[in-house]
Design a binder for this molecule. Sequence first.
Ligand code: ARG
Length: 573
Amino acid sequence: MEEKKLNIAKSIYNALNNENITLEEIESKIETPKDKQNGDFAYPCFNLAKVLRNSPVNIANSIKENIVLDDSISKVEVVNGFLNFYLNSENIVNDVLMKIVEEKEEYGSSKEGEGTNIIVEYSSPNIAKPFHLGHFRNTVLGKALYDLYETLGYNVTGINHLGDWGRQFGILIEGYRRFKDEYNLEENPLEALSDIYVRINKIAKEDEEVMNIARENFKKLEEGDVELTKLWKFFREVSLKEYNRIYSLLGSKFDSYNGEAFYNDKMDEVIDILDKKSVLIDSQGAKVVEVGDNMPPCIVLKSNGSTIYATRDLAAILYRARTYDFTKCIYITATEQILHFKQIFEVAKHLVDEKYQKGLVHVSYGMIRLKTGKMSTREGNVIYVNDLINDAINKSKEIMLAKNPELENLDEVSKKIGIGALIFNYLKNGKNKDIIFDLDETLRFDGETGPYVQYTYVRTKSILEKVGFNIENINKDEIQYNLLKEKQEVELIKELEKFEAIIRKAANEYEPSILARYLIDVATAFSRFYNECSVANCDDDKLKEVRCTLVYATSIVIKKGLSILGIDCPEKM
Ligand code: ARG
């Protein structure tokens, strides 16, 4: 499609033959109308009216008269100052289906990112606490971005910047010592630890002596005290064990779990560099870096000399530039941290080359609220992702049992559907949209849902199985693509054609919802096609063969699209 767009832009450019109007400008204005009645591409002439001192309609007409187009375009029409271009559908049908048959599972992938390193930092929970809904949204977004970039050929590194350092571990250690015997740490270690933390934190806030012990604990931990380090490692290990169980269900990929603690010994250098550049300023005993008039300064050292969250992030930027030579380093967090990232990206100017500093990107996502108030770890009414996943799987099991009692692998299928429903529900919403969390809504199976798209895939498989169609046994040179002429056939193929451009757009805009919504469009187009055109019962063998090829092509796109989002397809459901 991109190629076609460029070709049309070139033709318009030549037809206009005006040095005040650039090819890039024209290309950027070309739209793809939602309603195919208005063509496959449309070029609005309104912005030319000023430069050409003529009305948009006149301009459109004169372009139409002068334009030279190749045979991939079947017609051009002028409608209200728009030029509407219609693609020659025979060409598309050929080009797209041939490409899918040729490339199979590789369809939609590209090599454009080859040799370019991209970091996707995501999930990054604070350890010793259960995984909650915010982490879930973060994790599914990050995994999708990881795969989008990988599909485009980039060399992607997934980093889980665990929140595994800070004074709170001094507090937790004290609580653990006091209360551990009251808990069953084998069974629910994270719930136990977070409960212990809440209890001891309350005490420490009221009792300065306890707070001092906590401070002392953390100081010892920073210095590498053997016994305390052992405890800290235990907290980290039980946390990761639990998180990894969830990550494997969501398809998350991490190449590094270097969290905040990893930078404990790497912050002195940061302070040193900033100091040498004379940008460290004393402010009420603390050391800060000015980051412009619109933001408060970034605190790097507190007045007691200790480092903070931001200091560790600065050390991470330096380390990642050196270790990964990244072109982009993407951070995913909730919107609460927008200011934090603005500040550290500003300070990074003093630490790393411009090319790295310019590659720092913060991707934030909206809030998830429970029906009552904001979700918080302190209020108690939190939904743990563990419970949520179990609920989703159980509910999908019930539905499957009712629908298809004979289904084999019920457990496995329910797992794929339940988790698929959850992931899709989050990813179909734009990342900035706040989500009001409603369990029933999340687990709905009809309409614009994950199970609906999965079900479309299962349908393609069962049609192909029924017909006994196997792409490997088909003589590819003899497929008669030109037999596909029905409107629904062509519409479906036009959807499949967009796949690669959609992947690129979703990656460029850090917006997996673009892919999720696209998959709904593909499923809908498939359903229209399947309602109108008989496949298994088609009496024309050649037509049957090429329709099966179209069904096969649809299965490829849906399976791959869902897998990028972290959703597995069952073969039957
Ligand atoms: N651990 C933090 C939290 O849970 C998120 C970390 C984000 N990444 C970073 N490099 N600061 O709020």
